[in-house]
Ligand binder design. Structure first.
Ligand code: G4P
Length: 526
């Protein structure tokens, strides 16, 4: 198969949701379709949480929380699907944000009863930064929930996504009869008795025909009315608008009962994008370029607790990656070759000889890689789009064991490279401050420092609201740094960071220093 064919048969995406909306269950069902796992019937989601590929770390097993991000690849109808899993816990949102930098599209799962929730909002915002095409799956239709139109309004209002339903529910909860697939004009009926089996789809080209009444009885008229309304309210589905991230198709179903999942998968194969160009600080990289390039978007620590080794996840952006071939690590300017790069096919890891754009490979790391590192065939490029986000929780970190200060420094350094949290040095007193997006990360850091590095840290509370990077008028920035000396720090790369105590302090700074732009992510146009 040519490089072009390999690229165009790849779909790399992430499934994101607010915890408990059904992301894990949907992932599991998709894997079942791909034959990547073989578990008969509807399996409780916890099973996959325990057995699936995302279960690498000790701490994760203990807490039952998916701390890490992993990759699940499978083939379906000659299409190579790569699902990049994201942590279910909201405290690990930053991990999810980074994973979103490596996907070409996203499925957002929404619970029909709960509607749009906080975490969904944040994740969609991150997708919007990159115009990532988004599909929405409204889940748990076997339960009573919000009216479908009400939900669509909510998605448009809160998530600021233009929507276009491509399937439509017939009934809900106890009365859930099935969905009408607007995309392929087929009726999918739900066998109500055991809520597992789906009858064969019935093609209904004309929903005004008597056939529909025969199939769904009284619900037929309601469906017709709703279809009329949809046609009146929403413009026809425009695939290009979807690919530009401007309109989101919406599907309805029940992941637990495996209803609406195959339709979602089939539509995704048809309309979701294959790998598109990526951006480096130097130039645009086209996936069809012959020369290989890729970047590290995730580092996964200590798969084996006995060794302090790590796996770096590399997204292939162009060309063909080959095993045992020298590639330039552009940050440190050295050649590296990888003798056992792995691919992730559902629960199995296997060594691969080649990989194509859209694929994600794992490479063994003994501490050479950090998030954002770029590999190429010699050209000095640096991929963009993997920013750090302003943390929301801050603590001073101190060494609690004078004999182990080296271990602590090393542990902190490596954990920060992995992107577990961000480290700032306060200008006023030189003290180190750890910033995270969730409280749990402090526990993870504490646990890992002890178990992996033999170091003991003490955390002291310090009240800041946000960390902001700054650009703008140099003289004004110098003036600002003097006036706000107590709130100034530097990040790991030595860049100035303003630690705003409160949202009021931040808006005062924005008002009083008009020539400075305050950024909430570490990557901005220079
Ligand atoms: P998450 O990854 O987004 O956090 O959600 P997950 O799939 O773990 O699902 C959260 C809960 O919602 C699970 O129940 C799961 O069984 C249930 N669920 C998922 N899809 C559907 C659906 O279509 N209909 C209904 N009724 N429930 C659904 P749980 O009680 O938390 O866990 P479990 O004991 O059932 O595994």
């Amino acid at each position: 198969m040519s490089l072009k064919e390999e690229i165009e048969r790849r779909r790399t995406f992430a499934i994101v949701s607010h915890p408990d909306a059904g992301k894990t269950t949907l992932t599991e069902k998709l894997l079942l379709y791909g034959g990547a796992i073989h578990i008969a019937g509807a399996v409780k989601s916890n099973k996959i949480k325990k057995t699936a590929t995302s279960d690498f770390m000790e701490i994760e097993r203990q807490r039952g929380i998916s701390v890490a991000t992993s990759v699940m690849g499978f083939e379906y109808n000659d299409i190579k699907i790569n699902i990049l899993d994201t942590p279910g816990h909201k405290d690990f949102a930053e991990d999810t944000y980074r994973t979103l930098s490596a996907v070409d599209s996203v499925i957002v799962v929404i619970d029909v009863a709960k509607g749009v929730e906080e975490q969904t909002e944040k994740l969609v915002e991150v997708c919007r930064m990159r115009n990532t095409p988004i599909m929405v799956f409204v889940n748990k239709l076997d339960r009573d929930g919000k009216d479908a139109f009400e939900l669509l309004d909510e998605i448009e209002r809160i998530l600021k996504l233009k929507v276009r339903p491509l399937s439509w529910p017939i009934g809900m909860g106890y009365n859930f009869k099935g969905v009408y697939n607007i995309y392929n004009e087929k009726l999918y009926l739900f066998s109500g008795k055991d809520k597992q089996v789906r009858e064969e789809p019935k093609e209904i080209k004309d929903i005004n025909s008597i056939e529909l009444d025969n199939e769904v009885g009284k619900a037929a008229d309601k469906l017709r009315e709703e279809m009329e309304l949809i046609r009146g309210v929403y413009p026809d589905f425009d695939q290009n608008a979807y690919l530009d991230g401007k309109v989101s198709p919406v599907f309805f179903g029940s992941a637990l009962n495996n209803f609406g999942v195959q339709e979602l998968l089939e539509c995704l194969i048809n309309i979701a994008p294959w790998p598109k160009p990526s951006f480096t600080f130097e130039r645009e990289i086209n996936p069809y370029e012959e020369k290989f390039s890729g970047f590290v978007f995730k580092i996964h620590a200590n798969m084996d607790p006995k060794h302090r080794d790590r796996i770096a996840f590399v997204k292939i952006c162009s060309g063909i990656f080959l095993r045992n071939t020298n590639y330039l690590h552009t940050r440190i300017g050295k050649q590296f070759k990888f003798s056992s790069p792995t691919a992730f096919m559902a629960q199995k890891k296997s060594v691969i000889d080649e990989a194509f754009p859209g694929d994600v490979i794992g490479i063994h790391d003994t501490g050479n890689f950090i998030i954002g590192d770029t590999f190429s065939e010699g050209e000095v490029i640096h991929f963009k789009g993997i920013p750090s986000f302003s943390p929301e929780l801050f603590k001073y970190v101190e060494n609690a064991d004078p004999m182990k200060s080296k271990q602590l420094a090393k542990g902190l350094d490596q954990l920060m490279d992995e992107g577990v949290a961000q480290l700032f040095t306060r200008s006023m007193n030189g003290r180190k401050i750890i910033g995270t997006v969730g409280a749990l990360q402090f526990e993870v850091i504490d646990y890992r420092l002890q178990h992996e590095y033999g170091a003991t840290a003490r955390f002291d509370g310090v009240d800041f609201y946000k960390a902001c990077w700054m650009t703008g008028d140099k003289v004004e920035i110098e003036d600002f740094k003097k006036k706000k000396f107590k709130s100034m720090a530097t990040d790991k790369h030595g860049r100035d960071v303003f630690l705003a105590e409160t949202s009021y302090a931040l808006s005062m700074a924005q008002d009083n220093f008009k020539k400075i732009q305050f950024h909430f992510t570490s990557e901005f146009s220079k």
